[in-house]
Ligand binder design. Structure first.
Ligand SMILES: Nc1ncnc2c1ncn2[C@@H]1O[C@H](COP(=O)(O)OP(=O)(O)OP(=O)(O)O)[C@@H](O)[C@H]1O
Length: 338
């Protein structure tokens, strides 16, 4: 077992160069490039990433330093310190960096607990962060739900694990098959904004379908079928399809279209209640098969015989409109207003 992986609670980690001391409280998780611990430092809690591979620590530290220069507040944890752990004697010297501890829950756990209706709201935030990152010349690369933590009050999605971050134009450094357009035969592994936007769409697919699945010989067809089979995804199908096909050059375009797309079904629901859509194409009515084991998106509820038909319809409309209004108010208040 590597040194970085076996640190017990109570262990004191002192930096060789800056002499700062950190007390390990517990392990937060382990990855291919090291382990992350919750630590106590003089001014509060922090997350410390420790690795026997000093190159990977240096590379992640460089990315975090770049992130701190990018405008926008959701680009991952702030960097506090970086150092080598001098344990004395002839022991190997693992490197570490100390960053802001992001207290929250993993993306998929949040969606499971709070409802799939949150997926588009979190996607809008994520696209805002990606837009800032891309403008600064970077692609996140290994974008997946495990690398997203959702904090509360206000609900904010934060990107962690910057190990896969790659300069635009270079080859993607790290990827996870399900979120990789190369795996699905839908594009290259060259770092461009479209690479992250494909992964962002796949995060929605993962959350909407309640899990991941293997590709078959017709990857694109399978993904589109999955999108059409889940009501939540079906509402956003035009945006998801475009992202998967690499038709967005910028995250901002995808974000704007997603906002527009989310507003549309509610308009139809409240204004027509059963009328067909303008284009005469398939409407956002629930498709036959549901793959998601998650909470149902807001739908018209069946009424008991008690109330009158018209008042129950009014109540349903009111509930749908209020729900959507609260989500948008939250989003606009926290993320669009300066
Ligand atoms: N700043 C942080 N605040 C809170 N938890 C964190 C923070 N950074 C990492 N974690 C937790 O530690 C776990 C491991 O982090 P790490 O960066 O090693 O990610 P990984 O994706 O598992 O690793 P790798 O890409 O190196 O294989 C994460 O999944 C996350 O739960």
């Amino acid at each position: 077992m590597k040194v970085a992986d076996k640190i017990l609670p109570g262990t004191k980690i002192k930096g060789k160069w800056h002499q700062n001391e950190y007390t390990v409280i517990k392990s937060l998780g382990k990855g291919a490039n090291g382990a992350v611990y919750l630590v106590q430092r003089s001014s509060g809690l922090a997350a410390l990433k420790l690795s026997d591979n000093s190159m990977s620590i240096t590379s992640e530290v460089n990315v975090l330093k770049h992130f701190s220069k990018v405008q926008g507040k959701n680009l991952g944890p702030h960097l506090f310190d970086t150092d080598d752990w001098d344990q004395g004697g002839g022991s190997p010297v693992p490197s570490f960096y100390v960053m802001e501890y992001i207290k929250g829950v993993p993306f998929l756990d949040f969606v499971k607990a709070r409802g799939a209706e949150w997926v588009p709201v979190l996607m809008l935030q994520l696209l805002g962060s990606l837009s800032n990152l891309h403008e600064a010349g970077w692609v996140f690369g290994d974008l997946k739900p495990e690398n997203l933590i959702v904090t509360d009050s206000p609900v904010t999605v934060k990107i962690i694990d910057v190990g896969g971050t790659t300069g635009i134009g270079r080859s993607i450094k790290e990827y996870t098959e399900f979120f990789d357009r190369g795996y699905w035969g839908m594009g290259s592994r060259k770092a461009d904004p479209g690479y992250d936007l494909f992964a962002a769409a796949m995060i929605a697919v993962n959350a909407g379908c309640g899990g991941r699945f293997l590709k078959n010989s017709e990857g694109e067809k399978l993904l589109f079928e999955k999108i059409d089979s889940v009501p939540l995804l079906y509402k956003q199908r035009s945006v998801l399809r475009k992202a998967l096909k690499g038709q967005y050059a910028k995250a901002e375009e995808m974000k704007k279209e997603l906002l527009r797309c989310l507003a549309e079904p509610e308009k139809r629901q409240t204004s027509s209640m059963g009328r067909s859509s303008r284009s005469g194409q398939k409407t956002a009515s629930p498709p036959p098969k549901r793959h998601s084991a998650q909470k149902k998106p807001v739908t018209k509820r069946k009424r008991s015989s008690g109330g009158s038909h018209s008042s129950s319809g009014w109540m349903d409309t009111f509930i749908v409109v209020s729900g959507v209004f609260i989500l948008y108010a939250l989003y606009i208040y926290h993320f669009l207003l300066p």
